[in-house]
Structures are given as structure tokens and as C-alpha cells.
Design a protein around this ligand. Structure first.
Ligand code: ADP
Ligand code: MG
Length: 801
């Protein structure tokens, strides 16, 4: 037996027979305990869908003990077997036409795709028919009837029937591009065309059709990378199926022309799209008034006559919306399942109200703000449950997240377990430790610090204390704790300033935090000072519950923010002097450590020297990322003590350093920083009461430039949320989150900008489904698993760590 469907048929025959006429002949059918498991295992080995494999596995085990069952149980086994078989059929490739696996046919099965082309397609991420269907046109062109050279206008897509007049040999541009030119003529004139890294097959005198965009270079028209359509012998005009239509324009990769891609997509759309099964329950799609998947795929690739070109170009057709919804829905379904799994996993319940918590509370030097109390209540409710918390605590810089985390950690310790607070940098970890340790030890619990900078002996002691459970709270850098530590009983993990983590990273962290001898997972609290725009909260952070601290501790004044250009440097220096004279301290922040990048930036090292000359009576310190941890710490400690008046720093101060006496923040080359970064930097001052300032220094900026816009936003508002939304709009989600490992889903159609309403709909639909049937095992839900299989990989949801 070759295929899964043959195996399923072979399984079905005896079961059908056994079930017929109210199981009348069941006694005559023998050997089911051998044949069914054997066949089911063969089938499972062949099935590509996880659902089908699971169903066949269950089938095998159902029949393994068939021989010893009593008659009633045998009948039940046969019925159950048929149900499982049907489930396997629906999920597996044996399903007629609508088999999701048919979508995975390798692209090499299509006409004209040999090894070489396949390699090029792979560079576009196309390996299967499904990949190709989701490679959407980057734009569209309307193919108008041919016009004579004289009538061709610049900035249009033109069609021309002409002769090749001359060809120039390829030449190399300074950029390394190979440039190739040809000139075409007809009765009314001549027009050149240009290609890059591509030489079309042309010979002088040949008659061809030229189709493509016409640009003007120094007032002269030319075709830019047009397509060439060749005439067959004796033809006056080519047989051109695209003429008069709106045609798709695909993303290009070197050596793969538009025409070739288009003809491949035509094959794939004709052969595969009509059979594309609905993966999402029909009711959801109908309620949104969206077209079926097959139709949407066809329309997006090959719009019908009369389609709205403008809407197509903007990706704003119902077909585009349908596809955007499809990927958002599967993203949200994935998140809903992550949440479901977390909600089912066991965790230590930490009820609160214990002794350590009460003592800490009594020792706090201030009263909690209302927002802090609310956040603590929300966290406390989660901690009290025997399932893991998975929560994001968002609060502007200085809003007091640390103390909330500490009080929550006390609950874990009161419950006889342990807590960990992880920071992205050593300096931050140490700062947390210095605030937390005295409070905790006065209240009668032990805390320890673990960073790369800790001595060997100390480290060994700490690791032992943590493994034995003697240390209740461990503070350290994220990397060190995750890599090196085994806890006796970790119940609560806090990750500070890690808004850069995505869903997959959080999953990995939770797994690492799980003890090998128990299935219990730690409660997880992620803290961030970056307000998370709604679209990201629904996607990148969509597995998390959200608590917000939206109120500052009393006495915080807004930070007066001003933009200065180079010519006002003296004024800024005068402010530095005045601030230091009043007994306050100053941060001066630089975007780079050295001039290694040959960018004309004043680097922090040289600038510190210059400032030392300028302010010979003041103590100027320097801290940057290339320094050894011990050196860094020494400088930071002196700044905190007030022994340094002006601290020149690279962006290490960005994330959370607390020096209440610092009231002036000068940002050099402020144009190099994103809005959220600037806002974070500004949050370093204004913590000690009294008036604080932030001066943004830049070279002269073009009015209306994006950098100028950022400076204006900073001057105009202190509202972190508004700033984050602006930042997201300016930079896009990837740069907004700031690193490669941000865990952004790789959306091909939908965008995280401006689609929050559609994301919400997708989320509601996915959550309702999982709420109604958490295992998603009803027959009508089987295609969902295929959809998850098909989309997860492309969305990058499986990437971890
Ligand atoms: P962030 O939210 O940026 O991490 P921190 O937790 O570092 O803020 O708190 C900033 C400062 O505010 C710390 O010095 C902290 O002791 C202080 N603080 C926190 N909560 C309060 C409060 N309710 N009243 C007064 N000061 C507070
Ligand atoms: Mg903090």
C-alpha cells in the first residue's frame, strides 16, 4: 500500500463490516487486534498532518487490547475506530480536493521550475505551492493597448510594438550593478530601455513588444526594466494574455523575471487555489462579509476585469482583507492555545497576606500609589491560583514597578518557594539588588545577586544557596540566571525591561524555569517602561495579561524638554554649570562609544575629555558599554553618591538607572535616537522632586524632516503612550521593538500598523473558538489544525530563544 488514503481504505473495510447492521457480524471478524494497530501505525508514519497522526495513534492503541474486551466494549471500540478514522481522513491528505496537504506540493512540480529556478524561488521564501500563493503582488499594473513611441508618456506603464535598433554591452556601475541598455524604434521615434543585472535576449532588427514603466532621466523618456514579449514567426502582434488587464507585479530576485514569476503564479493559482480549503470556520468569515479563501487568493493574484486598481495597489480590497484576516486569525489562534496551555499548567499557589509581605509593607518608606496597589492586586489574584501567571506590567519610567515586583516576590517566599528578578544589564541588576536587599534582609529573608561580575567563590555560594532553597530571592542578569541556575523551588520569575521578548522567547523562559522533578511552571511577570501600542499588545504580547501603572509617585514634575542646535551649545553648557552649582547632577548621553563606524559623531570618550576641560572645577565621569563591569560599577556608584557631577554615558543609562539628584539630561545627537528611546532617557531625570530639564542637542535639522518631527513631539508631550504610538508609526514595528529577537510575527499581508480593529476581530474569533472547545477536536475544527500547521511556520511562531 502506497498512500495514506489506501491505508485508510484498508482500515475502513473491516471496521465498516463490523459495525454494519447493529454490529451483527462483529464476532466473525477476527484479528482486528493485529491488523488495525499495524495498519494504523503504517498510516501514522505516512501522514503529514499532526492531527491525522494523533488520530491514527489513538486508533492503534484502541485496538491493541481488542482481543480481551467483552462484547460491549468491542462494539464501542469499533464505533470509536470509525470516528478516529474519519478524523484522520479529514486531517490527512486522503481528504478529497480540499486536502490541506495538497497545498504543500513542492514548487518543483510546476512547469518550468527546475533546480536553478527553485533555488531562486527559495530566496523569495517559495518552496511549496502554498508559499507561492502567499507571495502577494507588491503592486499591480494596468496593461494598456500599444501606443507609438511619440505618444508614450513618462510616469506611466506603456506598451510599445517596435524593432530593436541597437544594444549596448553590459557595463558595471560604481554600485556594482550591471547595467544593460537597448534602444527601440518605430515609425514615430526611438526610446531606450534599461535593465539591471539582467540581459534580455535581444538582437538588432528583431520585432518585439515592450511593456513596462516609463521614467524620465534628465528630461528623456526611457523604459525601466520592461518586459519583452517575443513575436512568433509570421505574427504581427504577440499573443499577449495580459493585454488590457490588471496584472500583478511580484517581488523580484536576481535572475527571476516578472514574466516568469507571473506565469508560475498563474499555474499555481489555476491548479491549486480553487482547491484551497477553508481553514477557518465558515461562520466567522461570513459574519465579517469576507470572500472565501480560494476566491480571495485568485483575486489578489489575478484581479478580474474592472477591478479597482487603486484599491489593489493599496492592498485595500476585500480579498486582501480576507487574507490579512486569515493570518491574523491563525496568529491569534496560536496565542489563544498558548494561553490555554498556560491556564492548564500547574503552578505553586501563593495566597499572600504572609509574614514577609506584611513586614516589607510596614517598612516601605512611602505609600503605594493607587495604580501600584491596583497592579499588585491583579498580580496577587494570579499568584493565588494554582496555574501560572503570564502578565505584562507596564508603567512609565519611574512609575515604581520594582516595589510592586518585590511585594509580589514576597508572596512566593511566604509560600515557601523562591523568586527571581532578571534585568537586561549588570548595572540594572545591581541597582535592583541594592534597593531590594536591605528591605528584604530587614524583613527577615535572604536575597542574593548573580551577574557575570560576581566572584567565583561568591557565585558558587549563591548557586548552592539557591539550589538548597536558603536564598529566597535571586537578582541577576537574565542571561546568567537562565543559563546557570537551578532553583530548589522557583515559583515567581520577573523579567525587567524585556519588552523586546516575543512569545517564543517567553515560552522558552517558562520551560527553563520549570523544575525537572515537577510539572509546575513559575508565575511570570514581564515589566516594561515602553508603552505598548494596541496592535502590538494584541499580537507580540497577545499571550500576556496586562497591568498598567498609569500614575506617578507624588512629587514628580514634568521634565521641561527643549531642542537645541549646535549653535546653542554654549547655552546648554551654561545650564550644566548652573545645575551643578545648585548641587544637582547631570547626565550627558551619547549614541556611540567610539568612532569605529567612521561616522562623524563626537564619541563619548573624547567628549568626556572636552567637558573636563570646559568644567575644570567639576567632576566629570564616563561610563560606556566597552568598560569592564567592575569599572562601570565604580563609576556608577560614585555618581549615585554625588561624587561625580556630570556623567557622560552611552545608552546604558537608558534602562532604569535611578539617581534622584540628577535633574538635567543632555542628549547629544538626539536625532540618532528613536522617540521611545528619547522618552526613556528623559525618564532618568525628574525623579527627585523639583524642576528637571532635558536638552536635546542636534546638528541643524531640515524643517519638516522626520528628526525634526521627533524633536517636536518630545517638546510637546510627556505622554509615553502618545510617544509610543508616534514612534511605531514612524519606525514600523521591527525598529520600534528594537532588536532582531523581538518575536514579531512575520505577517505577509496584514500590517501591524492601522489594523488594530481587524486584529481585534481575529482575536475575539480565535478566543471564542478555544473557549467553546478547548481541545478543538470536533470534526468541523479539524481544518484549524491544518491551518495552524500551514501558518505557524510562515509566521515565525515556532522560533524560540
Ligand atoms: P520603574 O517603574 O521605572 O522601574 P522604579 O521602580 O525604579 O521605577 O521606581 C522609581 C523610584 O520611585 C524609586 O526610587 C522608588 O523607590 C520610588 N517609588 C516607587 N514607588 C513610589 C511611591 N509610591 N511613592 C514614592 N516613591 C516611589
Ligand atoms: Mg525599572
Amino acid at each position: 500500500m502506497e498512500t495514506l488514503s489506501e491505508i485508510l481504505d484498508a482500515l475502513r473495510r473491516p471496521l465498516d463490516m463490523a459495525a454494519r447492521d447493529g454490529h451483527a457480524r462483529i464476532g466473525r471478524i477476527r484479528g482486528l487486534e493485529r491488523t488495525i494497530p499495524a495498519l494504523a501505525e503504517q498510516g501514522a508514519a505516512r501522514a503529514r498532518s499532526a492531527q491525522a497522526r494523533a488520530a491514527l495513534g489513538e486508533l492503534a492503541s484502541t485496538f491493541a487490547g481488542y482481543a480481551v474486551l467483552d462484547p460491549d466494549a468491542r462494539r464501542a471500540a469499533v464505533d470509536q475506530g470509525l470516528v478516529l478514522l474519519e478524523r484522520a481522513r479529514q486531517a490527512g491528505e486522503s481528504a478529497p480536493a480540499a486536502a490541506p496537504d495538497a497545498l504543500r506540493v513542492p514548487i518543483t512540480r510546476f512547469r518550468g521550475v527546475g533546480e536553478e529556478i527553485a533555488g531562486k524561488l527559495a530566496r523569495l521564501g517559495i518552496r511549496t505551492a502554498w508559499d507561492a500563493l502567499w507571495t502577494l503582488p507588491r503592486t499591480y499594473e494596468e496593461r494598456l493597448p500599444p501606443r507609438p513611441v511619440r505618444a508614450i508618456r513618462q510616469n506611466t506603464i506603456a506598451t510599445l510594438d517596435a524593432r530593436v535598433l541597437s544594444l549596448t554591452p553590459p557595463r558595471r556601475a560604481r554600485s556594482g550593478l550591471r547595467i544593460f541598455e537597448a534602444i527601440f524604434e518605430d515609425e514615430t521615434g526611438t526610446i531606450p530601455a534599461v535593465w539591471y543585472n539582467f540581459v534580455p535576449r535581444l538582437s538588432p532588427g528583431q520585432r518585439v513588444r515592450v511593456v513596462g514603466p516609463v521614467e524620465a532621466v534628465r528630461g528623456r523618456r526611457r523604459f525601466r526594466v520592461p518586459e519583452i514579449i517575443y513575436l512568433r514567426a509570421g505574427e504581427q502582434a504577440p499573443d499577449d494574455p495580459d493585454l488590457g488587464r490588471i496584472v500583478p507585479v511580484y517581488p523580484l530576485t536576481e535572475g527571476l523575471g516578472e514574466r516568469r514569476l507571473r506565469s508560475l503564479l498563474r499555474q499555481v493559482v489555476d491548479e491549486v487555489a480553487p482547491r484551497a480549503p477553508e481553514l477557518i470556520p465558515g461562520a466567522i468569515i461570513r459574519e465579517l462579509g469576507l470572500p472565501p479563501l480560494a476566491e480571495a487568493l485568485r483575486t489578489v493574484h489575478f484581479p478580474p476585469p474592472g477591478a479597482d486598481l487603486h484599491a489593489l495597489e493599496k492592498g485595500a480590497t476585500p480579498a486582501h482583507r480576507r487574507l490579512a484576516f486569515e493570518e491574523l486569525f491563525f496568529l491569534e489562534l496560536h496565542l489563544a492555545l498558548v494561553r490555554r496551555d498556560i491556564a492548564r499548567a500547574p503552578a505553586s499557589a501563593c495566597p499572600g497576606g504572609g509574614r514577609l509581605e506584611r513586614r516589607l509593607f510596614d517598612r516601605l518608606p512611602f505609600a503605594l500609589t493607587g495604580a501600584q496597589r491596583r497592579a499588585l492586586r491583579e498580580i496577587g489574584t494570579d499568584l493565588a491560583r494554582p496555574h501560572p501567571m503570564n502578565r505584562l506590567l507596564q508603567g512609565d519610567v519611574g512609575s515604581g514597578k520594582t516595589v510592586v515586583a518585590l511585594l509580589a516576590a514576597a508572596r512566593a517566599i511566604d509560600a515557601g518557594a523562591q523568586a527571581a528578578i532578571m534585568a537586561p544589564t549588570e548595572i540594572l541588576a545591581e541597582q535592583h539588588f541594592r534597593t531590594i536587599e536591605p528591605l528584604l534582609s530587614a524583613a527577615g529573608a535572604r536575597a542574593a545577586l548573580l551577574t557575570a561580575g560576581v566572584s567565583k567563590a561568591e557565585r558558587a555560594r549563591t548557586l548552592r544557596g539557591v539550589a538548597e532553597g536558603a536564598i529566597g530571592l535571586l537578582v541577576g542578569t537574565h542571561a546568567v540566571i537562565v543559563d546557570a541556575v537551578r532553583f530548589a523551588r522557583l515559583a515567581f520569575a520577573v523579567v525587567d525591561e524585556q519588552h523586546r521578548f516575543g512569545v517564543a522567547q517567553r515560552m522558552a523562559l517558562r520551560e527553563k524555569g520549570t523544575r525537572p522533578d515537577s510539572a509546575e511552571e513559575p508565575h511570570l511577570l514581564v515589566m516594561t517602561a515602553t508603552p505598548i501600542p494596541r496592535s502590538l499588545a494584541l499580537t507580540v504580547f497577545g499571550d500576556l495579561d496586562l497591568s498598567v501603572i498609569d500614575e506617578m509617585p507624588p512629587g514628580r514634575e514634568p521634565v521641561e524638554t527643549r531642542h537645541f542646535t549646535e549653535k546653542d551649545r554654549r547655552k546648554v553648557y551654561a545650564q550644566i554649570r548652573e545645575t551643578a552649582g545648585a548641587g544637582r547632577q547631570v547626565f550627558v548621553v551619547y549614541p556611540l562609544v567610539s568612532e569605529s563606524e567612521k561616522v562623524d559623531l563626537r564619541d563619548a570618550t573624547r567628549m568626556a575629555e572636552a567637558l573636563r576641560m570646559e568644567f575644570s572645577d567639576l567632576e566629570v565621569g564616563l561610563v560606556h558599554g566597552q568598560m569592564k563591569p567592575a569599572e562601570k560599577n565604580a563609576v556608577m556608584a560614585r555618581f549615585k553618591r554625588g561624587a561625580i557631577h556630570v556623567l557622560v554615558a552611552t545608552t546604558v543609562v537608558e534602562v532604569g538607572i535611578d539617581v534622584p539628584n540628577a535633574t538635567l539630561m543632555v542628549v547629544e545627537h538626539a536625532e540618532r535616537f528613536g522617540l521611545s528611546q528619547l522618552h526613556q532617557l528623559r525618564g532618568r531625570v525628574g525623579r527627585g522632586g523639583g524642576r528637571s530639564r532635558c536638552h536635546l542637542l542636534t546638528p541643524p535639522l531640515a524643517p519638516g524632516s522626520e528628526a525634526a518631527r521627533r524633536m517636536r513631539v518630545m517638546e510637546a508631550t510627556q505622554d509615553g503612550f502618545r510617544i509610543a504610538e508616534e514612534d511605531l508609526a514612524i519606525r514600523g514595528p521591527g525598529d520600534f521593538l528594537g532588536t532582531r529577537q523581538h518575536g514579531l510575527p512575520n505577517l505577509r499581508v496584514a500590517s501591524l500598523l492601522g489594523q488594530a480593529p481587524l486584529i481585534s476581530r481575529a482575536r475575539e474569533a480565535a478566543q471564542a473558538l478555544v473557549a467553546s472547545e478547548p481541545s478543538l477536536s470536533k470534526p468541523e475544527h479539524v481544518p484549524l489544525w491544518a491551518g495552524l500547521d500551514l501558518h505557524r511556520e510562515a509566521l515565525g511562531l515556532l522560533r524560540a530563544g
